[in-house]
Design a protein around this ligand. Structure first.
Ligand code: CP
Length: 323
């Protein structure tokens, strides 16, 4: 794997390979082999132009558990405030020896630009770009669903026939986009539930069913119900019902939680707006996989860094193999 930029173009076999390697990584962690020597001598740069808790810290933990060196860059407090460009910032970090750059950026397409520009030779991992994609979040979500469904018999499997309902601010959600593409590739049936103003205009081209009524979607009996964060920071007043109305019509509360079928799980990528899209009852219930998702994120990011920096290279990598 040369870069990981999106899930839309990720083939089923590649996705399953990442999930299977993540299983191996998880096994090493559960055997209390906390540190593997695999990426000794490699340097991973976390290049974050937007805030993050889970993604940045879990990439750092993943890199360190594989014995890589980690450089954390945050745009806040950096020379970006003096006008330094993405090109100059990335090239400066590459000059310090970056082998992989994990980038989060507010502009959709920034990781693709970095990967295709020729500015740097390091592999690029998209850690969330604008409202476009967040591929490692979708991979850790798929890993969590697969683990819940198949347990220790997960390796080699997709998510064929799994009913997944994604609820909320789809318009602004890179998590929703990455999940839709990956879940479709893995064979799941995806339903989106959102207020009409928070459905993207191009959704007719997505492989999903759209429902506007959350109770109707819950009555359909989803295997996984994924609640999205309302992105108030990206919200225009024209898009958003009042918080009270949103919570009443599209929030997951105790009554809706009780209406879910036995065995269905409640997911949220975090950070959560408790009391808005999800109640404390739901977030902390035994059905909730929120913290499981966080823990699985480290294994999945270990797998991605491993495949990027130590794994087999595909044919496109051959001429760059000497870098
Ligand atoms: N889910 C997610 O991307 O969380 P962070 O913004 O904390 O990284």
């Amino acid at each position: 794997m040369r870069n990981l930029l999106d899930t839309k173009t990720l083939a089923r076999a590649e996705a399953i390979r990442i999930l299977d390697v993540a299983e191996d990584m998880r096994d090493t962690q559960s055997r209390e082999v906390k540190k593997l020597p695999t990426l000794r001598g490699k340097t991973v740069v976390n290049l974050f132009f937007e805030d993050s808790t889970r993604t940045r810290i879990s990439f750092e933990a993943a890199a360190k558990r594989l014995s890589a060196d980690v450089i954390n860059f945050s745009a806040k407090g950096s020379s970006v405030s003096k006008g330094e460009s993405l090109q100059d910032t990335a090239q400066t970090l590459q000059a310090m020896g970056a082998d992989a750059v994990v980038i989060r950026h507010g502009a959709s397409g920034a990781p693709q630009t970095l990967a295709s520009s020729g500015w740097i030779t390091a592999g690029v991992v998209n850690a969330g770009d604008g409202t476009h994609e967040h591929p490692t979040q979708a991979l850790l979500d798929a890993f969590t669903m697969r683990k819940r469904r198949f347990g220790d018999d997960s390796r080699g499997r997709g998510l064929d026939g799994l009913a997944v309902t994604i609820v909320g601010d789809v318009l602004h959600s890179r998590v929703a986009r990455s999940n839709v593409w990956l879940l479709h590739t893995l064979g799941a049936d995806v339903t989106l539930v959102a207020p009409p103003t928070l459905v993207p205009q191009d959704v007719s081209a997505w492989p999903v069913r759209i429902v506007y009524d959350l109770d109707e979607a819950i009555a359909g009996g989803p295997d996984a119900l994924m609640m999205l964060r309302i992105q108030l920071e990206r919200m225009n007043a024209a898009y958003f019902p009042t918080e009270r109305e949103y919570s009443r019509r599209w929030g997951l509360d105790a009554a809706r939680l009780a209406a879910l079928p036995d065995g269905s799980i409640v997911m949220h990528p975090g950070p959560m707006n408790r009391g808005l899209e999800i109640s404390a009852d739901a977030a902390d219930s035994p059905r909730s996989t929120v913290l499981e998702q966080v823990a699985n994120g480290v294994s999945v990011r270990m797998a991605v860094l491993y495949l990027l920096l130590a794994g087999e290279r595909d044919t496109n990598d051959t001429e760059e193999g000497a870098r």
